[in-house]
Design a binder for this molecule. Structure first.
Ligand code: PGA
Length: 258
């Protein structure tokens, strides 16, 4: 696969959502460690629930699989019952965090503004943010996909600009909401169109930022469709939900992405 300028190493992220806490999370980590041992052409990350982070990070210690949180708070500490800060995630063995997943935007009031604050806070703490964007089915049918995605991406670009972090540390994940957990994957051309638009938007800010930022696709990625998505010029990896809960299917997706 020819990639322009700076090499963007493929990145495959498993989002476990609210599955596999504690003991079963550790079991899955042990299986992943075994199944993914021979994969070195892609970066690998798993995002277990908060309660399993430290134990999973411990199981994966010394492997090539890194650990992400599924969310973070933007303040370093304070009276925020139920929330977890970037520093706390780092202490739990995380080096990445998802930010603004559509399920957080939809059910837990994440907004472009809070997503921007979380990206800034993660970068300041030394945690690598994977910021999610994507349109609903209604927005796609109304022809407003690119307007929606541009607005979401602009908030992320502003946050990167306001941070003093070097460019390229933030990953963007394009996840059309209608494709998440539905089995309806975006076709490679459909996905590539939005990925190219996101990269063009990044280029308005900085050519370097657009060349080195990894843009992942997410939404019903499976071993059977991952290779055709990953072959697209502007798709640099995948954010995988359901298919990341099984070590073999996650490994097959990773294998088809290198
Ligand atoms: P899915 O989820 O792969 O189960 O569609 C993707 C995600 O929500 O990150």
């Amino acid at each position: 696969m020819v990639r322009p300028m700076a090499e963007r190493k493929p990145l495959i992220v498993g989002n476990w959502k609210m599955f596999h806490g504690g003991a079963s999370g550790c079991e899955l980590a042990v299986e992943l460690r075994r199944s993914l041992a021979d994969i070195d052409k892609v970066d690998l990350v798993v995002a277990p629930p908060f309660t399993a982070l430290a134990a999973v990070a411990h199981e994966l210690d010394g492997s090539r699989i890194q650990v992400a949180a599924q969310n973070t708070h933007f303040e370093a500490s304070g009276a925020y019952t139920g929330e977890v800060s970037c520093q706390m995630l780092l202490e739990s063995g995380c080096s990445w965090t998802l930010v603004g997943h559509s399920e957080r935007r939809q059910h837990f009031s994440d907004t472009d503004e809070s997503v921007g604050l979380k990206v800034k806070s993660a970068l300041a703490a030394g945690l690598l943010p994977i910021a999610c964007v994507g349109e609903t089915l209604e927005q796609r049918e109304a022809g407003t996909t690119l307007d929606v995605v541009h607005r979401q991406v602009d908030a992320i670009i502003d946050a990167i600009g306001e941070s003093s972090a070097e460019p390229g540390l933030t990953t963007i994940a394009y996840e059309p909401i209608w494709a998440i957990g539905t089995g309806k994957v975006a076709g490679p051309e459909q996905a590539q169109e939005v990925h190219a638009a996101i990269r063009a938007r990044l280029a308005r800010d900085s050519t370097q930022l657009s060349e080195i930022t990894r843009i992942l696709y997410g939404g019903s990625v499976k071993p059977g469709n991952s290779a055709s998505l990953m072959a697209c010029t502007d798709i640099d990896g995948a954010l995988v939900g359901g298919a990341s809960l099984n070590a073999e299917s996650f490994a097959n997706i990773a294998r088809s992405s290198g």
